[in-house]
Design a protein around this ligand. Sequence first.
Ligand SMILES: Cc1cc2nc3c(=O)[nH]c(=O)nc-3n(C[C@H](O)[C@H](O)[C@H](O)COP(=O)(O)OP(=O)(O)OC[C@H]3O[C@@H](n4cnc5c(N)ncnc54)[C@H](O)[C@@H]3O)c2cc1C
Ligand SMILES: NC(=O)c1ccc[n+]([C@@H]2O[C@H](COP(=O)([O-])OP(=O)(O)OC[C@H]3O[C@@H](n4cnc5c(N)ncnc54)[C@H](O)[C@@H]3O)[C@@H](O)[C@H]2O)c1
Length: 479
Amino acid sequence: MDERSAAVAIIGAGTAGLAALREVRRHTDDVLLIEAGAYGTTCARLGCMPSKLMIAAADAAEGCRNAATFGIETGPVMVDGRAVMARVQALRDRFVSHVVESVEDIPAEMRLRGRAVFEGDGRLRVTGEGRTTSVRAERIVIATGSRPMVPEMFAGLENVVTSDDVFGWQTLPESVVVFGNGIIGLELGQALTRLGVRTRLLGKDGLVGPLTDPDVRAVATEIFCNAFEFVPDHEVIDISEADRLTIAYHADGGEFSGNFDMALLAVGRVPNVDDLGLEATSLALDEDGVPLFDPDTGQCGTSAVFIAGDGQNDRPLLHEANHTGSIAGANAAAYPAVAAGHRRTPLAVVFSDPGIAIVGESHDGLMARGADIVCGAADWSKQGRAQVIDAACGRLHVYADRADTRLLGAEMVGPAAEHIAHVLALAIEQRMTLTELTAMPVYHPTLEEGLSTALCDALGQLSLGDPPLRHGLGHGAGG
Ligand SMILES: Cc1cc2nc3c(=O)[nH]c(=O)nc-3n(C[C@H](O)[C@H](O)[C@H](O)COP(=O)(O)OP(=O)(O)OC[C@H]3O[C@@H](n4cnc5c(N)ncnc54)[C@H](O)[C@@H]3O)c2cc1C
Ligand SMILES: NC(=O)c1ccc[n+]([C@@H]2O[C@H](COP(=O)([O-])OP(=O)(O)OC[C@H]3O[C@@H](n4cnc5c(N)ncnc54)[C@H](O)[C@@H]3O)[C@@H](O)[C@H]2O)c1
């Protein structure tokens, strides 16, 4: 068995692991980056980028279908599944190759290929490429990511895939039943529908992505139920498999069934911590097997182990993997001088059409802590610019503290959600009040006028004297 030692070992060369490495190398080159799989990150290979490529193709098809609304005739829209997947894979490969090149620029002596398992505190066994290496590390960063959850009832079925499989398809299937009304289910379910795949999305508990505000969720439910075969809640009665999958289920008080080429599971992701041998360490674990850690430092208890990215099982998003990776790396390098990093305003976006976003504190979170808030609303169906571009549907709610009028959070479904969410994140990060926000300039005619409507609505509900001069053009059908 080979033996290695390092001041810092990082398990996982994904987004979080690479961010941690960058921070550690500011302090020391005595670091080992351990990777069990292919270099290239989940984001580029199997996540953010290929999914957005598929959505881009789907939106192009939908744009052609809707062109007649503007008086433009395109003729029948034909989707060439092979060409769609070829573009997805070509651009995905380009994104992956950029990451792989940057990893290969890391000095070879800092990299180790193989699967790491803890053998005790500060001790790892790494197995891969035909050899086993025993690693002693003073500090360790766990950055092992997550994988799709596969519930027991699907085990053993052949025609069941996850997002790990979709982007490798050579062409598009004829039909897919998607399980999961979360972010992946909505994004891929809608994209597949727009790409001409007969798609049914079966969800649980009436949820729509991450939305928690009942009014916003109700609007989103109506929109997506009209946009494609979306069943927000169901209970499986039976799944059988011959040539195709046959699903029988209860929904809306009735009994339904359907035949599909395959099932796409998008029912959540599990952190890759279960096969890490954590039981061999002195770390305390939560009920999901994740080490108890401080979200501000990434530190697990008072140990020299830090955790980052999807492995934290907290905010499984790319920018959070990058940020928590940096925090964990900086603290692993400086240990025992551990410092809190600044955790940014929570921000989650669903790239559906219309888009969905949550910024800052969610409605559920605010209610749970008994916050005294004022909620301002905008109805996108009446918004001028949204009507111009044929995107007039959705709802925006902004939440502000009733006492000091600081913006606390927002939930939305509607046009430009990804951009409006960023404006709001900036405002929350800067601790801006409704008075300050409504004093900002708003151009006409823009979708930002819808945001202005919601902010003015919130301010108008407070007894602060006269509300500011409203940007009237943002309120109605163009004036
Ligand atoms: C379909 C899909 C779409 C997504 N879209 C978006 C999006 O649009 N925006 C967004 O913000 N987020 C999106 N995400 C989430 C985002 O991709 C993840 O949050 C992010 O990639 C997590 O990065 P990470 O570094 O934690 O994990 P990863 O990049 O997965 O890195 C973990 C690495 O650890 C390695 N590893 C695991 N166990 C071991 C071990 N024992 N030993 C050695 N190595 C090990 C793995 O092989 C892997 O390379 C999407 C995810 C999916 C699946
Ligand atoms: N745009 C983005 O930022 C983006 C895109 C894709 C993925 N991601 C990340 O990946 C994570 C995982 O995505 P996800 O969509 O798999 O998980 P998710 O946690 O977002 O949603 C899972 C959904 O599946 C439902 N569900 C659970 N069991 C079910 C069952 N048996 N049948 C039907 N539905 C069931 C749940 O109610 C939930 O709504 C996301 O939370 C997100 O952080 C982000």
